[in-house]
Design a protein. Structure first.
Lengths: 34, 456
């Protein structure tokens, strides 16, 4: 239960960050011809 | 009254067995939100159009916010230490979200001054208080890995822009046929999102019980040369030369980093004629990632390498990288991008490692307040960096110099700025005993529950 709480809490901050990273990587791909 | 009692430092003390890995997400929730400030440029063109004003008039909004960040961190640090991180986070939440709402009203009514006041002044206070709010708490939870802990939080400030930039663009497109029409609902939506997200952080944050230490943690018997076991108050710290050397090295590190960040897009297009604006935007994205990653990677590495050596790396190697960029950057895109990425990772690392450096020198007693005062270097560099770069580059353009040659002088000046920071770092010695507090201060409130080692 304690571990579930930690995973949930980390997911709350990790998911928006993943959204931001994905968008940035999509932009960055253009630099390398992607 | 009951609501305020919930926010008190006493009510924020962690119960026995509280897992310390719940603290970094609380800090990240705050930093990911206020990191939106770095994505403010998304609103630049719509605001210029809405107010029919110059670029400079709109850029002032961000400048006021950064100046207020430094001032509120400097003046609010002691208040934050006295009242605890939760109250500080709630204050930051109120200022940051009401800043957006006031700015939205300003946009609606057509009053630019109200946007200055809302986002710049009020929002800037939220930035400063929010930025320092989790730092000293994190270092008390992670005495064994302070660089990792603060690196995680301050990485969030870099990450905040990565989230806010695409989110704001999507909201602007969703709410209006034109970006101008979308500004007000976008500001209101962002305020609501940040209210929820930052409140989550404030609810989650806990301070460790008095005397708490991580399980199995044994403080070094022979501490590193600069690391003190004594405590120095914020008012005593500003009387030490170490404080000013740290201020100078942070100022130099930020000024030089801004030298690249400020002109990243036009610079790469000037260096390589085949680079399009869209590709240059990709380069800016790569730099944002390097900035964010550097905060975590370098700051956590400083726990092993030591704070002084890692700043010698940021400033010394950083200075050499700027010289190579100025002299050889035009030879290949990969070389240009590679060097810029490492240099910007050092810029991020410099931000994230400073709290742990302060802890080493001054102890954890009022490290949040001392950190707040050092952050005035950020405000100063936020003004000096763009000014230096723009003045030099404009002078080059007026003299008819184009392409890479127009940017080389400003990069060389920034190499010199980093060298000054390198020397300041070399001069740092342990804080003299006369500045130490005579008796160990109570680092946290005493609680009745017996402290129990938290899980790793």
């Amino acid at each position: 239960m304690r571990m579930l709480k930690i995973i949930t809490v980390w997911a709350v901050v990790a998911l928006p960050l993943a959204y931001g990273l994905w968008n940035t990587l999509e932009n960055a791909a253009q630099l390398f011809g992607g | 009254m009951n609501f305020l009692a919930v926010l008190s430092k006493e009510r924020s003390v962690a119960p026995a067995g509280y897992n310390r890995w719940l603290i970094p997400p609380a800090a990240l929730a705050i930093h990911l939100s206020i990191g939106q400030a770095y994505a403010f440029s998304v609103f630049k063109l719509p605001l210029v159009e809405r107010f029919n004003s110059s670029d400079t008039a709109i850029a002032v909004i961000f400048s006021i916010a950064i100046v207020m960040l430094g001032l509120s961190a400097a003046f609010g640090g002691k208040w934050m230490e006295r009242n605890g991180p939760r109250k500080a986070m709630v204050l930051a939440t109120i200022c940051w979200t009401s800043g957006f709402l006031i700015a939205a009203l300003g946009v609606q009514l057509g009053y630019l001054w109200l946007v200055y006041f809302g986002y710049g002044f009020i929002g800037g206070i939220g930035l400063g208080i929010g930025y320092i709010s989790p730092v000293s708490t994190l270092m008390r939870w992670f005495p064994d890995r302070p660089g990792l802990a603060t690196g995680l939080a301050i990485m969030g400030f870099g990450g905040g822009a990565l989230i806010a930039s695409p989110l704001s663009n999507a909201l602007l497109a969703h709410f209006g046929d034109t970006a101008v029409a979308g500004i007000v609902p976008t500001f209101i939506t962002l305020a609501a999102v940040y209210l929820v997200f930052m409140s989550f952080g404030a609810a989650l944050i806990r301070i460790p019980p008095a005397g708490w230490q991580p399980e199995g943690y044994v403080p070094r018997k022979t501490p590193q040369k600069l690391t003190t076991s004594a405590q120095v108050s914020a008012s005593a710290a500003v009387k030490t030369p170490q404080f000013y050397f740290l201020w100078i090295l942070l100022f130099c590190n930020i000024t030089a980093g801004i030298g690249i960040l400020e002109q990243a897009s036009p610079m790469i297009q000037a260096y390589f004629t085949n680079i399009t604006p869209a590709t240059a935007a990709g380069f800016v994205g790569v730099l944002s990632l390097a900035n964010m990653a550097g905060r975590f990677v370098w700051s956590s590495s400083s726990d092993r390498i030591g704070r002084k050596p890692i700043y010698l790396l940021y400033l010394g190697v950083g200075s050499i990288l700027f010289i190579i960029l100025a002299q050889l950057g035009h030879t290949a895109v990969a070389l240009f991008v590679g060097i810029a990425v490492v240099a910007i990772s050092f810029y991020g690392g410099g931000f994230a490692t400073i709290p742990a450096y302060l802890k080493d020198l001054f102890g954890t007693f009022e490290v949040g307040a001392i950190h707040g005062r050092v952050l005035t270097a950020w405000s100063a560099a936020g003004v000096a960096g763009p000014l230096i770069v723009n003045l030099i580059t404009d002078a080059q353009h007026q003299a008819g110099v184009t392409g890479a040659a127009a940017y080389a002088p400003s990069l060389m000046v920034m190499a010199g700025v980093l060298a000054v920071g390198f020397i300041a770092n070399l001069l740092i010695r342990p804080v003299a005993q006369k500045h130490h507090l005579p008796t160990p201060p109570p680092l946290d409130v005493v609680v009745e529950t017996a402290p129990e080692p938290a899980r790793q």
